[in-house]
Design a protein around this ligand. Structure first.
Ligand code: XBP
Ligand code: MG
Length: 258
């Protein structure tokens, strides 16, 4: 039968998708942790852009260490050193976010509220640490924001991070949903590859670090979700598109049920 099922859930990435967290949030927090530990490491904006190829803060630090000091990084104590640096980094990141350093990207609040009002099911699938998600949502949307999301898949709940599909598969299992019933929102090639490998279609809204990446095959590649007076620009499937990503648009593009 040609009947295709409707989609009832939206699954959101966090970093880069809900907010531009990397350059002025995570990067700054890593550097604060390095300085505090007396390390000479410093990640400028460009260096950090290259390091984003490795997802996960601990994985990223170990990768960097292996590049600049392969012998030191082989020490059995390196894993614990990285874990301690990461605990400090998380504390700095949470403080930065609590201070209001990071806002949501345009259209995020609007779409989340619209989806919630329409009783769509909402979830998060991110490689970042759970505390970071709680801090970001709390600082930007208030304490009740967490309750918008039925399932939050974050950080080390899965053994392998994006582009591995594990975090998406974990979220699907916890929601008892098939990939065809969901739509993912991502900003990066690694994130999109993860969603795709889990069998999900994705809307990609690229930002500062990801605009030049390739998303061939993604349902849409836009520069954001758009807001009234500030439309998103990009493509939907093969066609150029400009407008505001709302539930009407999502139901046209992807049979999202409203
Ligand atoms: C986000 C990440 C994370 C953050 C830092 O990727 O790769 O590692 O940069 O967070 P995505 P942690 O948006 O694809 O989920 O330091 O907590 O890992
Ligand atoms: Mg991302």
């Amino acid at each position: 039968m040609g009947m295709q099922c409707k989609r009832e859930a939206l699954i959101f990435d966090v970093d880069g998708t809900l907010a531009e967290t990397e350059r002025d949030g995570h990067r700054v927090a890593f550097n604060q942790a390095f300085a505090e530990a007396g390390l000479q490491w410093h990640w400028d904006v460009e260096t950090y852009g290259r390091l984003l190829a490795v997802t996960g803060g601990k994985e990223r630090m170990l990768h960097y260490w292996q590049q600049i000091d392969p012998q030191g990084a082989r020490d059995p104590r390196a894993i614990e050193t990285v874990a301690e640096l990461h605990r400090r980094k998380t504390a700095h990141y949470v403080r930065l976010v609590d201070e209001g350093a990071i806002g949501l990207r345009p259209g995020v609040r609007r779409l989340l509220n619209e989806a919630h009002a329409a009783r769509l099911r909402l979830a998060i699938a991110t490689t970042t640490t759970p505390e970071n998600v709680v801090a970001l949502l709390g600082a930007t949307m208030g304490r009740d924001a967490l309750a918008l999301f039925e399932v939050i898949g974050a950080g080390d709940v899965v053994p392998r991070k994006k582009p591995d599909p594990a975090i998406y598969t974990w979220v699907l299992e916890h929601m008892h949903l098939e990939p065809s019933q969901c739509l993912a929102f991502e900003d990066s090639r690694n994130g999109w590859l993860a969603a795709r490998a889990a069998g999900l279609d994705a809307i990609v809204t690229t930002g500062a670090y990801t605009a030049e990446e390739s998303f061939e095959g993604a349902l849409a590649h836009l520069d954001g979700l758009g807001e009234p007076g500030e439309p998103a620009i990009g493509r939907v499937r093969e066609d150029a598109w400009s407008g505001i990503v709302d539930l009407d648009a999502l139901s046209d593009w992807a049979r999202v049920q409203t």
